[in-house]
Ligand binder design. Structure first.
Ligand code: SF4
Length: 235
């Protein structure tokens, strides 16, 4: 599995390049809140909601003073305002109670599995969101799995799993060294531009040679316009 993931990573880098990363590691809580906002919406809308929220408060603690309805309004553009506002408020409250401060810095002492277990205790935080915090703010070599990554890895034949979380756990010990970020980011891009849920663009897919999907679509197709705006690399 590790060899095949390494080959996929190589081919994707050859086609899309090495995804850019900020030099300075972003704050874990910023990434966690950004990822909560990104659930069930696209990266552009969640980035707008994140910016809108950051512009209204000076510190995350101020969220505790906002009414739920106000918070909902501020992050409305990301959708599911009520649910996301409740999760974000509960997270800040819980951190203050359990850590005495509003910070996720305590996570840095945990191994990957334990850090994920810690994070998924928060309301509204699942394995994908937790693994994004580890990858983007703690620089861990892991590959978060969303529906795109799950679909591609099943089609290619790397895993045979029924959910993104199961895919994440199936591959987590086989991620080639220093490749979690490029693999994750370029697989997302592949899923948005080529390996679409319906009518994948197999004729022009950069990893077609490695893919075992029995229902490949070789009809002629134009390349979709680029879609490489990734929220978590902007935070
Ligand atoms: S060959 Fe087709 S099914 Fe396989 S990864 Fe590429 S687009 Fe997806």
């Amino acid at each position: 599995m590790k060899e095949k993931l390494s080959e996929i990573n190589r081919l994707l880098i050859e086609n899309f390049g090495i995804p850019k990363r900020k030099r300075k590691k972003p704050n874990s809580l910023d990434i966690l809140i950004g990822t909560i906002l990104s659930q069930n919406t696209n990266d552009k809308n969640s980035f707008r909601a994140y910016k809108s929220l950051k512009s209204k408060i000076k510190s995350w603690e101020e969220i505790l003073e906002l009414k739920n309805s106000t918070l909902e309004k501020i992050i409305k553009v990301a959708g599911l305002g009520k649910q996301k506002a409740t999760s974000i408020k509960a997270l800040i409250k819980e951190l203050k109670k359990s850590q005495g401060k509003i910070s996720l810095s305590y996570l840095s002492k945990y191994e990957n599995d334990a850090a994920i277990e810690e994070l998924i205790k928060f309301r509204g935080v699942g394995v994908k969101t937790a693994s994004c915090v580890l990858l983007f703010s703690l620089n861990r070599n892991i590959c978060p799995v969303d529906t795109h990554v799950h679909r591609i890895l099943n089609r290619v034949g790397i895993v045979k799993t029924s959910s993104p979380d199961k895919t994440f756990y199936a591959i987590k010990d086989f991620i080639p060294e220093n490749s979690g970020h490029s693999l994750h980011t370029n697989l997302l891009r592949l899923g948005r531009e080529f390996c679409l849920p319906k009518n994948p663009k197999c004729l022009i897919c950069p990893i077609e040679i490695l893919c075992n999907y029995p229902n490949k679509n070789f009809s002629k197709t134009d390349k979709k316009s680029e879609n490489n705006f990734f929220l978590l690399d902007k935070i």
